[in-house]
Write a protein that binds this ligand. Structure first.
Ligand code: SF4
Length: 482
């Protein structure tokens, strides 16, 4: 069963013209251990063809370190802009719309530097925008924001684009939504409706087309049944009434469907959602599966691998050519836009590297990241299929060798588990990773704390030696790390 979800479908994807870029990252987020391992891997395998994890062998405990994890392009970009803004404007009121990224360490540090948050992550107001003045600075977080909030800021004389850290991969989704809307498709947004990014995407997309948000394949099946009139229309109100555009008609507005998604969803689920809806329109319009359309949904093609944050500017969807639906059986592409997902490169790479981790043998897995971080929770969800997995915010959650506090995303509680460390014969093997908003420094701290519970560990410096040798061999031969 596990094998079925190990994807060839999720391939490492590197939008080269967006990466790498030299961002300013404060020293407190930098790591010695993880950075050394990552640098060596980057030298050995710059195209990320090998998704197997690296092994940091400390003797009685070994850590499996995945091929890709930690700060993504959008997070580094946001940190760069936010910290520079704080440094360059002493004495000014500086606000963030909400958490800049879903990491408590980063957000707390910004607050300590005087930055204040206008909203909670769920959208609850902390400080009224109406109380701001034109001299105040408002930083838009990496998730982007809604058109409504942009307009409110403008009414206060504040330019919402001046300190805008919206990730280009989120903007890419908005462009895809616009492109589909222009062609007459209604939009199904695969995402978490309460998440800032999905709220922003919904707001922008609602300008272009009727929109509805689905959380997962289960909800997609409910929507498919409503489209097929196997369920009453009243079920639409029941399940989607709070997360669709005003006046949404679940039958009339679902004649042409395009799917976009929150950038950090589980890739396999997004593809499942697409397939369910595609199957529904094939059934609804009597289209023989496989005989029409321009390719199967769910298979990442060579062309799609070249997608970048700007691909939708040139148009990458199958173009049905016209907004009018011809009579007869015009083919699935008239009813379902055969697009690829709009997951970002970091989500794809992190999930692919996690599958690489899952192919190994480990006693437990540790995932470091904020408890409201969507991409982190998806990594946990994957790893839970394979290992006893603990999601910790930082090293302070590890209380002792026999007690750990960790987040359970299914009941949304921080739980305390005793005897979490396996009693397996040494060496104990621990898979360790983190979300896209987690500084590598926090992973170092977790790793060192866990290692401190084992007697006779070799020094970390010694364990890092092979990685350092790789770095220096490359420096001597003039190999570029980019
Ligand atoms: S997870 Fe992806 S979309 Fe989100 S900030 Fe990072 S690169 Fe951008």
């Amino acid at each position: 069963m596990l094998q079925g979800r190990y994807p060839d479908q999720v391939e490492l994807q590197i939008p080269l013209h967006h990466m790498p870029k030299d961002f300013f990252i404060p020293d407190l987020y930098k790591s010695e251990i993880i950075k050394t391992v990552k640098n060596a891997r980057q030298i050995l395998d710059p195209r990320k063809k090998d998704r197997a994890p690296a092994v940091l062998d400390l003797g009685p405990v070994r850590f499996l370190i995945p091929r890709h994890f930690g700060f993504c392009y959008g997070v580094e970009n946001a940190i760069d802009i936010a910290y520079r803004t704080v440094e360059e404007h002493p004495g000014k009121n500086i606000y963030l719309l909400s958490e800049m990224i879903h990491n408590p360490t980063v957000n707390k540090d910004l607050e300590a530097r005087g930055v204040r948050f206008l909203f909670e992550t769920d959208g609850t107001e902390r400080i009224a925008i109406e109380s701001l003045s034109p001299e105040d600075i408002v930083i838009v977080p990496a998730f982007g924001t809604t058109l409504e909030i942009q307009k409110k800021l403008e009414r206060q004389g504040i330019n919402p684009y001046q300190y805008d850290t919206t990730c280009p991969f989120v903007v890419k989704v908005w462009k895809r939504g616009k492109q589909l809307g222009t062609k007459g498709y209604s939009l199904v947004i695969h995402g978490k409706y309460q998440h800032e990014e999905t709220r922003a995407t919904f707001s922008h997309s609602a300008q272009e087309a009727p929109c509805v948000v689905v959380l997962n394949p289960e909800e997609a099946r409910i929507l498919a049944d409503i489209i097929l009139e196997k369920r009453p229309r009243s079920d639409f109100q029941k399940y989607f009434g709070m997360k669709c555009t005003d006046g949404f008609d679940p039958v009339g507005d679902m004649k042409r469907i395009g799917v976009i998604n929150q950038t950090t969803m589980l890739a396999t689920e997004t593809r499942e959602v697409m397939q369910i809806l595609r199957d529904a329109v094939e059934e609804k319009y009597g289209i023989a599966a496989g005989k029409t359309g321009s390719g199967s949904v769910g298979t990442r093609t060579a062309a799609s691998d070249k997608e970048s944050a700007s691909d939708t500017e040139s148009g990458s969807t199958a173009d049905p050519g016209s907004n009018a639906i011809p009579e007869g059986n015009p083919g699935v592409e008239m009813h379902f836009a055969d697009t690829t997902d709009t997951l970002c490169y970091a989500t794809n790479e992190n999930q692919s590297a996690t599958y690489g981790l899952m192919e190994e043998r480990a006693d437990i897995a540790l995932v470091v990241g904020g408890y409201n971080s969507s991409n982190t929770m998806h990594l946990v969800e994957l790893l839970e299929e394979r290992f006893p997995t603990y999601h910790v915010r930082d090293a302070s959650e590890i209380k002792s060798r026999s007690e750990i506090h960790h987040f359970n995303q299914w009941n949304k509680q921080v739980e305390r588990t005793r005897n979490w460390m396996p009693k397996a014969a040494e060496p104990v093997t621990i898979a360790i990773t983190s979300g896209a908003s987690c500084p590598d420094a926090l992973v170092d701290e977790v790793l060192l704390k866990v290692a401190s519970y084992f007697e006779g560990c070799r020094p970390v410096d010694e364990a890092l030696k092979p990685f350092r040798e790789e770095e220096s061999a490359s420096a001597q031969s003039g190999t570029t790390m980019k």
